[in-house]
Design a protein around this ligand. Structure first.
Ligand SMILES: *Cc1c(COP(=O)(O)O)cnc(C)c1O
Length: 361
């Protein structure tokens, strides 16, 4: 994919940009540029255009606005100690983006084009990548159906768009989040779109998120759709349970049944945990297993993981069947060890044994 570059004539002065980068937060300020590539069923992908960040102009009858034919990704760029910038496992996001596209009847963007456009944007806007540990440039690729028609069918045209924003820590790491376990609503069912990263999954999750907030909780935990028994995910993150203590601990995560989103962070933690000498297990965990496991002392820590927050400790769970802590209410030692290790690899301070960091510039 050829990328034509037209630098912005209104890029922010260094000092103004730096103040925004230093402010932290999540998704508040966007970089000076974006990339757009258009696809049509007859002609395939056209050239990509890097240009000034700015509003899109869409006909009100554009399909995505009506039927939600949209997918997205999220990944990060980090400064390295040698003053280069690396992306963390962009190939994994590129492959998942293509899979999501297929599920939403959108065109697949080749993984090489996905990575090349990201590298080009990061190079152009490298002044927006924060230096602080725990901070990074969050990159948001997405694709929308752009055909102008109200009929219900797969769009004959689509746009791939890339934007980026500097981000600080997503959740505070010193306090654990509390979760509301929804037994009323589900995120995904077999045959649905749970495995795809699409906006529709999020739209359908917001009411339960609102209920979680009304219950005084930070996030919602999803159960399986069929039995409302098996623990699947937390909000837009995967879940982990630490069974046992110290070196003998097993790092457990719900297995990918077809309704869970296969997280890149989830996958990375399975590897990092093994590297650190822990046993790992992917399996099924029911609500009862969770509550009883905490009560018996078998489950010692619970945490969630995803690109945005990396690893976020869970301090307590609440449901219509009662409340229980998920440890002593503070971030557990293994949770924090895994977090420090993964962040260390991403920031280049711990050896990247698996070739996950891809140097951009
Ligand atoms: C994006 C996402 C995750 C986390 O995936 P990462 O690749 O680790 O960022 C987990 N669950 C859901 C529902 C998601 O959308």
């Amino acid at each position: 994919m050829k990328i034509n570059i037209t630098p912005s004539s209104t890029a922010l002065p260094d000092a103004v940009r730096q103040a925004k980068v230093d402010e932290g937060g999540f998704g508040k300020y966007f970089t000076d540029h974006m990339i757009i590539a258009n696809w049509h069923v007859d002609s395939g992908w056209g050239d990509a255009e890097l240009k000034a960040y700015g509003p899109l102009s869409l006909d009100p009858a554009t399909m995505v606005l009506h039927y939600g034919q949209e997918i997205f990704e999220g990944l990060k760029a980090y400064w390295q100690p040698d003053n280069s910038i690396s992306l963390f496992r962009p190939d994994a996001n590129g492959k998942r983006f293509a899979k999501s596209a297929k599920r939403l009847a959108l065109p697949e963007l080749p993984v090489e084009a996905f990575i090349k456009t990201i590298e080009t944007l990061v190079k152009q806007d490298k002044g927006w990548v924060p230096h602080k540990v725990g901070s990074s440039l969050y990159i948001r690729p997405f694709m929308i159906a752009t055909e102008v028609a109200i009929g219900v069918r797969p769009s004959k045209s689509a746009s791939y768009i890339l934007i980026a924003c500097p981000v600080g820590a997503y959740f505070s790491t010193t306090t654990a989040v509390t979760v509301w376990i929804s037994t009323e609503y589900v995120r995904a069912s077999l045959g649905g779109t749970g495995e795809a990263k699409c906006g529709g999954n999020y739209a359908a999750s917001l009411l339960a998120q609102q209920q979680a907030a009304a219950q005084g909780c930070d996030q919602v935990v999803w159960l399986d759709a069929l039995e409302r028994k098996w623990v699947e995910e937390m909000g837009g993150m995967n879940l982990y349970f630490v069974k046992g203590k110290g070196k003998a601990a097993t790092i457990f995560t719900p297995k990918l049944t077809g309704t869970l989103l296969p997280g890149v962070t989830r996958d990375s933690i399975l590897t990092v945990a093994k590297d650190l000498g822990y046993k790992t297990e992917e399996g099924m965990i029911s609500l009862d297993d969770w509550r009883d496991g905490v009560a018996s002392g078998e489950i010692t820590e619970t945490f969630a993981c995803g690109t945005a927050a990396v690893i976020s400790p869970i301090g307590g769970a609440k449901s219509e069947f009662g409340n229980w802590p998920t440890g002593d209410g503070t971030p557990g030692p293994i949770t924090m060890q895994l977090r420090e290790h993964l962040l260390g690899i991403q920031h280049g301070t711990i050896e990247d044994k698996h070739g996950w960091n891809v140097k951009v510039c």
